[in-house]
Design a protein around this ligand. Structure first.
Ligand SMILES: Cc1cc2nc3c(=O)[nH]c(=O)nc-3n(C[C@H](O)[C@H](O)[C@H](O)COP(=O)(O)O)c2cc1C
Length: 322
């Protein structure tokens, strides 16, 4: 897949996930073969007001490249100004969030609320493209609700305004994350634009990725929740799509080692206190399907030091190996 002048080395990218896809997680995903990673969404107003947290979200390491940084906002002028600030971080791509359903974003006219106003989407893309020296992409939803299915219209307008690729999450805002993603709307967008289209929604396995590519004709896939506590999913997807090979699911020991690696990286980037608080949910995801998972998850909820995480990993390995 090629987006503007950026050539990706695989078919699957790691989704932006606020509060989740931080440096440590992105580094692991890239290490396991994600063709690109996305930063957590950043408020354009936050950046322009020099909010410390917003600026911190733009930090990334060289090992994560290629990376897309993502902005949200609803004012073309402010989005352009914020885009110019993002350029100082030299990402490969700048992505615009047109899909976030969270009330504090969407009810303020940003994220998925933009799907109700295709013309505004075009003006935002135009302003951001003008202020950027890297390809600008958009991440959209199927629409706002079943009465306002605008993905095709928004995609066409964004393409005309200069978007270099379009990611489509096949759900409306009203559907949040629940019913199965609508692959047909992704197919329709792909048929309507010339720029690459990335299909998104419910890709947890190589078979899901293959189905998305086959049924929609999209150029690449984006994996979000399927990579939580399972960044190796990119290795599995690549092996299947590129070599028709099934790689064995990682052993419990490997899974715990990956969890520890993520914890260690997070400590480096955020300090132990914040890292371990945030690792509580990640550790819970790493326990998925394991013997004794509910009790281990409860323990994960009390992590405060890296040593706690090491103890937890050792207990999980012991309880799950003969
Ligand atoms: C916890 C969480 C945070 C998310 N944050 C963002 C975000 O910052 N920007 C964005 O465009 N999408 C965000 N999303 C949406 C995902 O990128 C993706 O579109 C959605 O989860 C559907 O893909 P999946 O079924 O593979 O998870 C988020 C999703 C989750 C679950």
């Amino acid at each position: 897949m090629r987006i503007g002048n950026i050539i990706l080395d695989g078919p699957a990218v790691a989704a932006p996930m606020a509060g989740v896809s931080d440096r440590a997680f992105r580094e692991l995903c890239r290490g396991y073969g994600a063709a690109m990673t996305y930063g957590e969404m950043v408020s354009c107003k936050g950046l322009l007001y020099h909010d410390r947290k917003s600026k911190e979200l733009l930090a990334f390491g060289e090992g994560e490249r290629p990376i897309a940084l993502q902005l949200f906002g609803d004012d073309p002028k402010l989005m352009g100004e914020a885009a110019a600030m993002v350029m100082e971080h030299r990402p490969e791509l700048l992505d615009i969030n047109m899909g976030c359903p969270a009330p504090k974003i969407a009810l303020n006219g940003c994220g998925s609320a933009l799907m109700k106003n295709p013309e505004l989407c075009g003006r935002i893309v135009e302003a951001v493209v003008k202020a950027s020296n890297v390809p600008v992409t958009v991440k959209i939803r199927k629409g706002w609700d079943e009465e306002t299915v605008t993905a095709v219209e928004v995609a066409k307008i964004c393409e005309q305004a200069g978007a270099a690729a379009i990611t489509v999450h096949g759900r409306t805002r009203a559907q949040m994350y629940a019913p199965p993603a609508d692959l047909d709307i992704i197919r329709q967008v792909k048929a309507a634009v010339k720029v690459p289209v990335i299909g998104n929604g419910d890709i947890d396995t190589p078979a899901d990725a293959a189905r998305m590519l086959e049924e929609t004709g999209c150029d690449g896939v984006m994996v979000g929740r399927g990579a939580l506590g399972a960044p190796w999913v990119f290795r599995e997807i690549n092996a299947w799509l590129l070599h028709e090979t099934v790689v064995p699911y990682p052993s419990v020991t490997e899974r715990m080692m990956v969890m520890l690696k993520q914890g260690k990286l997070a400590c480096t980037y955020k300090g132990e206190r914040v890292a371990m608080r945030e690792m509580r949910k990640h550790a819970g995801w790493y326990m998925r399907g394991l013997h004794g998972a509910p009790a281990f998850r409860a323990k994960a909820g009390t992590l405060t030091e890296y040593a706690d995480l090491e103890r937890l990993a050792a207990e999980v390995i012991q309880a799950n190996t003969l």
